[in-house]
Design a protein around this ligand. Structure first.
Ligand code: FAD
Length: 574
């Protein structure tokens, strides 16, 4: 029988969003509210620790930046799909988050006078990327955790793999999770849940994301049947993934003045984004790179067969590279044996960020009264069809704070624990230990995972067509059938990572279907969703958010309008 645990508030994920929410609850309740923090990896190993380039925020309005400018950049970046009321709430909160981290001790990069520095970033019309060299996410994570441990009232569930939510009617009752060490199933009850489980970047074969970013929380929310996933067809390709691994070369490289060149040595963005050049938004640069490669002006990497362009930092000089981009230099030297001070870096578009996610309102609340969502897993409609760099870490901090406050208010207003739905716990135990673990078919789950990631990379890439996506959907359906015939090699309970990989695979297959269904139905090109068969943006029919529900095991499509409060859509040029 599952081991029962109880907390006031359960936080699912310990990246920037989860830790920021935990700090908010701890400090506002002076450590009195009991928090559970669940992570399938060791707490500090959340993908947030990999964020490099920076966090957006208007720090110097007296020098020319403003909330209106940050808001407008984000609206335009989103190709007008983002909700403008949400954007305003966001931009007003970002500076406070940056200063809070400052008070909590983060080593922000500073100029000689001690002033916090900000650098330019793609799609932002003012330098507002606040950074800790090129290790921003890591420093933010450290600072938040150091702050959290001032209070004692939290329990870490490290290496505990969440498998689903327990619902009492339309309310959250608890979560089922496997303890990697003991192999036991836990039923962790709480009065409120904050989902902060990150994105789904590992669904691509060529990706900047850690292998663990498999969208588990997205699928768990979807499976309740009460919460839809929103705008999942919009996946960001980052223009500078290192060949052949996909490791991110931060946009900070271009923020510091780096160039992109084709095989002829030309800065090809002159043709595509003459004003913004290398600092145009990511969707536009990624398409430009693919076009250069397809038209024969790319370079082929012999070992991997991948076409690429060059990221050129050689004119920046050793001092700047060592001070502002030390990690980039270290990675290039360690992985490719090249030094960016003297060599160009081979890069191409790489699967990166999920603009969509668990539908949540402006406060981060979902349609279930005691479930909130924050960070990359959530879709508050902040990024619309394309996110601007540095707006994500900022989003994690902002909605980590908001959802922490909200969940705390809910609990302090006398919310009670919901009874544990015993039959659901039992059903989950059977599903995991009797069904999945005992499957002994002829399909290798690792082969299925490889095929799925390759298919998504091909069928849900930078450019799409109806035909490509239909083929992709057929492939995903085939993989779903084959999944029923998998076999697990590890029959044991102790650290059964084989089982975790199978659970992740199941989630990835489900998400792939959601992405493709949404993408096929959106017969237009907007932001990161670029179709060769519908090349124009269609505001008349598609200025709306896609919602995908799961009802009776079937996906259902639905839509809701985008909120336009300030700017009507116009042509998007850079
Ligand atoms: C290489 C890289 C560089 C980036 N650079 C920047 C940048 O400079 N600026 C910027 O704004 N954005 C950047 N981004 C994007 C940004 O870092 C992420 O969107 C953000 O950090 C996500 O944070 P999160 O808290 O939502 O989730 P994550 O940090 O991904 O954390 C997810 C948490 O959920 C837990 N979890 C997931 N599934 C389960 C499960 N089944 N059971 C238990 N726990 C689970 C994980 O263990 C983890 O603790 C970058 C992304 C990458 C990959």
């Amino acid at each position: 029988m599952a081991v029962e645990r109880t907390h006031d508030i359960l936080i699912y994920g310990t990246g920037l969003a989860g830790l920021r929410a935990a700090v908010e609850i701890a400090r506002k309740s002076e450590g009195k509210v009991d928090i559970g923090l669940v992570s399938k990896v060791q707490l500090m190993r959340a993908h947030s620790g990999c964020a490099e380039g920076g966090t957006a925020g208007v720090l110097y309005p007296e020098e020319g930046d403003s909330f209106d400018l940050h808001a407008w950049d984000t609206v335009k970046g989103s190709d007008f799909l983002a909700d403008q009321d949400v954007i305003y709430r966001f931009v007003r909160q970002c500076p406070e988050e940056i200063l809070l981290l400052d008070h909590w001790g983060i080593p922000w990069s500073r100029d000689e006078d001690g002033k916090i520095q900000q650098r330019p970033f793609g799609g932002h019309s003012y330098p507002r990327a606040t950074m800790a060299a090129d290790k921003t996410g890591f420093m933010e994570m450290q600072t938040l955790y150091d702050t959290l441990i001032k209070w004692k009232n939290f329990t870490r569930y490290d290496e505990i793999f969440a498998t689903g939510f327990l619902m009492d009617g339309d309310r959250f009752a608890g979560m089922t999770a496997i303890d990697a060490f003991s192999g036991e199933l836990l039923a962790i009850r709480a009065k409120a849940l904050i989902i902060a489980s990150g994105g789904a970047g590992a669904i691509y074969a060529f990706t900047t994301y850690s292998h663990t970013v498999t969208g588990d929380g997205l699928v768990h929310a979807l499976r309740t049947g009460l919460i839809p996933l929103e705008d999942m067809e919009f996946i960001q390709f980052h223009p500078t993934g290192l060949i052949p691994s996909g490791i991110l070369m931060t946009e900070g490289c271009r923020g510091e003045g780096g160039y992109l060149r084709n095989s002829e040595g030309d800065r090809f963005l002159e043709k595509y984004a003459p004003e913004k050049m290398e600092l145009a938004p990511r969707d536009i640069i990624s398409r430009s790179e693919i076009t250069e490669i397809l038209e024969g002006r790319g370079i082929e990497d012999e070992a991997s067969g991948l076409g690429h362009v060059w990221l050129d930092l050689t004119h920046l000089g050793a001092e700047k590279i060592n001070k502002r981009l030390p990690l980039i230099r270290e990675v290039c030297m360690g992985f490719l044996g090249i030094d960016p001070i003297t060599n160009q870096i081979p890069v191409r578009p790489v699967g990166h960020y999920s603009m969509g996610g668990v539908e949540a309102d402006i406060n981060g609340r979902t349609r279930v009264e005691n479930i909130w969502a924050a960070g990359e897993v959530a879709c508050h409609s902040l990024h619309g069809a394309n996110r601007l760099g540095t707006n994500s870490t900022a989003e994690c901090l902002v909605w980590g704070g908001f959802t922490g406050q909200e969940a705390l208010g809910y609990v302090q207003n006398g919310a009670a624990l919901v009874p544990l739905p015993e039959e659901q716990v039992k059903a989950e135990e059977e599903r995991i230990y009797e069904d999945l673990m005992k499957r002994d078919g002829d399909e290798n789950p690792y082969e299925l995972r490889r095929e799925l990631r390759t298919a998504i990379t091909k069928h849900m890439g930078v450019y799409r067509t109806g035909e490509l996506m239909t083929e992709g959907l057929n492939k995903v359906k085939e993989l779903k059938e084959r999944f029923a015939r998998i076999h697990l090699k590890d029959p044991g309970r102790f650290y059964n990572t084989n089982l975790f990989h199978v659970l992740e695979l199941e989630n990835l297959i489900e998400l792939a279907e959601v992405m493709l269904v949404g993408g096929l139905a959106r017969e237009e090109s907007r932001g990161a969703h670029s179709r060769r068969d519908f090349t124009d943006r269609d505001d008349e029919n598609f200025l709306k958010h896609t919602l995908v529900w799961k009802k009776d095991d079937e996906l259902e499509l639905d839509y809701k309008p985008a909120t336009i409060t300030h700017w009507k859509p116009v042509e998007r040029k850079y």
